[in-house]
Design a protein around this ligand. Structure first.
Ligand SMILES: [Zn+2]
Ligand SMILES: [Zn+2]
Length: 199
């Protein structure tokens, strides 16, 4: 009889707890896994400077046009100033990885294997919207970010480099229509993205 009493009291409580736990995981799973590609379409302006030289990303090999290098994040239409994100949570590291470049807080290794690592003279730094960001490669991109990655000595003029970051993301994300219509993109528009299979 005593056991039955305990069951009567605890069973409903146990059932309620299970339902809540189940519900939590259900919602959590759906929020993390069910990001639909193309639902997000964000842009960030960026520049990379290596020893006072601007690095040119407007090269065919870095573009996702006929052949998509990466569906989640990429460069389009020979424009090496503007990163397109099609999913939330993209880090700088993942962006560079997608175009064959290794980047972490100590080293930058280009696709041609040239490496630029922190030493006693030169350091890698990341600036997001004019402020140094210590997260470096772990920084998660946001819409309209202006990002500077720089490998230079301490005499380097950061302000000069920051000045050259373009201001295209706002137009391309449709956030400042007064400045003009977004450019038509090879595989994506501000309404969404046509996913092309990796080829
Ligand atoms: Zn875009
Ligand atoms: Zn795209």
């Amino acid at each position: 009889m005593y056991i039955m009493k305990i069951l009567y009291i605890f069973l409903p409580i146990l059932i309620i707890i299970s339902i809540f736990v189940g519900l939590f995981f259900f919602i959590y799973e759906n929020e993390t896994d069910n990001q639909i590609l193309g639902e997000v379409h964000e842009h960030a302006d960026f520049k990379l400077y290596i020893l006072n030289e601007e690095y040119n990303f407007s090269q065919e090999k870095y573009m996702s046009d006929e052949k998509i290098k990466n569906n989640f994040i990429h460069l389009h239409d020979m424009d090496g100033d503007l990163i397109h994100s099609h999913i939330k949570g993209n880090t700088l590291e993942f962006f560079f990885f997608s175009i064959g470049i290794k980047f972490n807080s100590t080293c930058l290794i280009l696709d041609n294997k040239s490496s630029y690592c922190n030493d006693k003279n030169n350091k890698l730094k990341v600036f997001v919207n004019d402020n140094e960001d210590k997260l470096m490669e772990k920084y998660i991109l946001n819409d309209l970010d202006k990002i500077l990655i720089t490998y230079n000595d301490k005499n380097n003029n950061i302000n000069e480099e920051l000045k050259y970051i373009t201001d295209k993301a706002c137009i391309q994300s449709g956030k400042c229509p007064e400045r003009g219509e977004p450019n038509i993109e090879s595989s994506c528009t501000s309404d969404g993205c046509k996913v092309i299979e990796n080829g």
